[in-house]
Design a protein around this ligand. Structure first.
Ligand code: HSE
Length: 345
């Protein structure tokens, strides 16, 4: 059995989702993979920080946090450390960055990731900004120090797309990637089609843990556009920037538009794509009115879908949860298991 000590930076939706998985499935994971995970530190921006070199009970972390809305009410030998002290002085093998970081600048996450790699810690991040902006630099730094950088949770939550695209489809010649990449807007559009107002559909998406800290990032199309940048950079090998993605959100769609489309058997979806052309790459996020027999028309709620248009296999489509607490927590677990597989290879 190999034990990995984890430091959690952030204890919001994803941090709690991961902790729930570790509370409920650790025994099975240990039996299946020979890997044991211990949460030794939890750092939050406003709700305290705790460190215990031997590790905490995940169930206790979750119950105390839900009762007190703080993490430093969990008994711990050390408390009050800032993020850099956790990175520099804790005994964590893996730093898991789930901080609430700015989507467009990638900060403070990018700085934390660099600091963690410099301390020879493996890193898993669910923050899209640093991956969209700095992946080549960060992955080179990680390779230099002999540590792993896991980023699976940045696109489609725990539904495996990045490793599938990079490892299994690269040789198939991916020419275009398209899909529904934002759970919040897809949830809102689905609920509006069911008669809900925009405002209450958004409130539901926030309550279910789908939306970004600032939901404008979802509804204005930035989140989907950043995911397109990540897909392009990691899977197509084409270095896009956010400003290269033509972008329109769902803000101009009214309930009337949605009902009008429904009447003629059509549905509005926020569709994103990137395509390698003969001389340039085209990338776009915009609402599209699709007929019901379109493959993306039936993708409802926070479900996402991605189609890889390839030379050798034709279209390969993956459908699955694109957001959510446990769903994104699972992405972190899959990166942790990838680190384990690498370490024991
Ligand atoms: N806010 C994002 C979404 C979370 O709704 O898809 C997952 O990246």
């Amino acid at each position: 059995m190999r034990t990995y000590r984890l430091a959690l930076l952030g204890f919001g939706n994803v941090g709690q989702g991961l902790t729930t998985i570790l509370r409920d499935h650790s025994e099975r994971i240990a039996g299946q993979y020979g890997a044991e995970y211990r949460i030794v530190a939890v750092n939050t921006a406003r709700r305290g920080c705790i460190y215990h070199p031997e590790g905490f009970d995940p169930g206790q972390l979750l119950s105390v946090y839900s009762e007190t809305n703080r993490i430093d009410t969990v008994p711990a030998p050390y408390a009050g450390w800032d993020v850099l002290r956790v990175i520099n002085e804790s005994n964590a093998d893996v730093i898991i960055d789930m901080t609430s970081s700015d989507l467009l600048s990638g900060e403070p996450a990018a700085g934390y990731i660099r600091a963690a790699i410099a301390q020879d810690r493996h890193v898993v991040t669910t923050n899209k900004g640093p991956v969209a902006l700095h992946y080549p630099e960060l992955s080179a730094l990680a390779a230099e120090r002999g540590v792993r950088l896991g980023v699976e949770g940045t696109v489609m939550g725990g539904t495996p797309v990045l490793r599938v695209g990079r490892d299994l489809l690269a040789a198939a010649g991916v020419a275009r990637i398209q899909g529904i990449l934002n759970g919040t807007t897809n949830y809102i559009l689905t609920r509006m089609a069911e008669g809900e107002s925009y405002e209450s559909a958004l409130a539901e998406a926030q309550m279910k843990g789908y939306a970004e800290a600032n939901p404008a990032a979802d509804v204005d199309g930035y989140d989907a556009a950043i995911k397109i940048v990540i897909l392009s950079n990691l899977l197509l090998g084409v270095p896009l920037k956010l400003e290269n993605v033509e972008r329109e959100g769902i803000g101009n769609l009214s309930t009337k538009d949605i009902v009008r489309a429904q009447k003629v058997g059509e549905v509005w979806k926020l569709v994103a794509w990137v395509e390698r052309g003969p001389d340039a790459v085209k990338a776009c996020v915009k609402p599209m009115r699709l007929s019901l027999n379109h493959p993306l028309a039936g993708i409802a709620g926070a479900t996402n879908a991605i189609t890889f248009v390839t030379q050798l296999l034709g279209d390969v489509t993956i459908v699955g949860p694109g957001a959510g607490r446990v769903e994104t927590g699972y992405a972190v677990l899959s990166d942790l298991l990838e680190i384990h597989q690498h370490m024991t290879r």
